[in-house]
Every structure is written in structure tokens, then in C-alpha cells.
Design a protein around this ligand. Structure first.
Ligand SMILES: N[C@@H](CCC(=O)N[C@@H](CS)C(=O)NCC(=O)O)C(=O)O
Length: 214
């Protein structure tokens, strides 16, 4: 992405879910010109033939590149990949250019993505399938990991670095999704970090992008 002039625009297909909000914040912060396209999960629009042609997994988010002519270009699913794509779009923005600094951000990013968000997704599925006890056990585990994630907050007030990055985006979206279950008063550094991140314009835009859908 980095060495191409940006002539294209993008559509972000999504709904008001953590995975979509993560992609929306990253694209907003990176200055990617994109239009939100709401997908109605209540009517299972994501499993209809039109959407399945875009993403055979039948899931949001999906990023679609529009070429200058308006024709469909590159199509990308997976919020984690879309977030990294946004980082690549504006080099040195959401991911530091310095290799060591970049991998410290990636370390925190994958901690929240794999060890917290991944478990949250499995707990959600287990609950839906009627395995309440197993879901609760996983929930305790990912909440403990989320609160331990406080250790990544740097002296600059961001996750694993001296500026806002994809690690902040991953940590913020899951913190918001499970906010009611986090003992914020016992975690002043995490609460302070959350309040500051919430004020960022890109975070506010991304968090409210799909407000009218589920
Ligand atoms: N690993 C995928 C997960 C995508 C995902 O689970 N999408 C959910 C909404 S957050 C979805 O589309 N659910 C509707 C369905 O599966 O039918 C990502 O991060 O993009």
C-alpha cells in the first residue's frame, strides 16, 4: 500500500460489533477514505448470496477497495488484517517504523487480539450453545488477562509505545465491549488510559459508525 499513490476509495461493510469497530477506528485514524456500509445481522444479511460473494465466511467486517473507475478492487476480511492494512496505508502511523518498537506494539496487539478477544469470542459462542459454565470459566480468564494488560501501558500513556497504535485499538474495543464486567475502580491506570483513548476523534468516529445497526 505504502508505495502507491492513494487514488482509490473503500467501503467498510460492518455492524455495531467489536470486530467491526476495531477496523473502523483503524481506518479512520489512518486517514483511509472509506464509506461505512451497514450489514443487518438481525436479518442475516451477512449470509445472503450478495454478501457471501464478498466474504464466503458470511461475516463482517469486510473492506472493499473501489478503484478510480468505481470497480471493485482488493477485498479483505478479518478485522485483524484490516487493522494491519490501515497501519500499512499510512506508514509510521499506527505502527512504528523502528523494528524493535514495531514488534513491542505487535506483542501487545496480539496479546489483546489472541489472548483476550479470541477467548471472548469463544466464550460468546459457548454461551450461545448453552454451555454456560464453560463460558463463565473462559470469561473469568479473559477478564483477568484484560486487566493484566494494564502492564502494557507505557509512560507515555499508550499501550506499548509512545503514541497511539493498533495495540490501543485492540485493547480499547474489547475493554468497551466488556466494560460492565471490568472492576475499573481497582484499575486506575487502565481507567485513565481508557478515558483518554475514548476522546480521540478517530475513536469517537469509529465507535459510532454503525450505531444504527446491530
Ligand atoms: N475473526 C473475524 C470474526 C468476524 C466475526 O465474528 N464477525 C461477526 C460479527 S463480530 C459476524 O459477522 N457474525 C455473524 C455471523 O457469523 O453470521 C474478524 O475478526 O473479522
Amino acid at each position: 500500500v505504502a508505495d502507491q499513490p492513494h487514488q482509490e476509495s473503500y467501503d467498510l461493510y460492518g455492524a455495531r460489533t467489536g470486530n467491526c469497530l476495531r477496523a473502523a477506528i483503524a481506518l479512520s485514524e489512518a486517514g483511509v477514505p472509506f464509506t461505512p456500509r451497514a450489514v443487518d445481522l438481525r436479518t442475516r444479511e451477512q449470509r445472503g448470496p450478495t454478501f457471501m460473494a464478498l466474504n464466503p465466511s458470511g461475516q463482517v467486517p469486510v473492506l472493499v477497495q473501489r478503484l478510480g473507475s468505481g470497480a471493485k478492487g482488493f477485498v479483505l476480511s478479518q478485522s485483524v488484517a484490516i487493522t494491519l492494512y490501515a497501519a500499512e496505508y499510512t506508514p509510521g502511523g499506527l505502527l512504528p517504523l523502528d523494528v524493535n518498537a514495531r514488534f513491542k506494539v505487535l506483542e501487545a496487539y496480539f496479546y489483546f487480539v489472541a489472548d483476550v478477544i479470541g477467548l471472548n469470542g469463544v466464550a460468546f459462542a459457548l454461551k450461545g450453545d448453552g454451555f454456560g459454565e464453560a463460558a463463565q470459566s473462559l470469561t473469568r480468564r479473559y477478564l483477568a488477562r484484560l486487566t493484566r494488560g494494564e502492564r502494557f501501558i507505557s509512560e507515555h500513556g499508550f499501550m506499548a509505545g509512545d503514541r497511539f497504535s493498533i495495540a490501543d485499538i485492540a485493547a480499547f474495543t474489547i475493554s468497551s465491549a466488556v466494560a460492565e464486567d471490568v472492576p475499573w475502580t481497582t484499575l486506575p491506570r487502565l481507567a485513565d488510559w481508557r478515558d483518554r483513548i475514548a476522546e480521540r476523534p478517530s475513536v469517537q468516529r469509529g465507535m459510532h459508525l454503525f450505531d444504527k445497526t446491530t
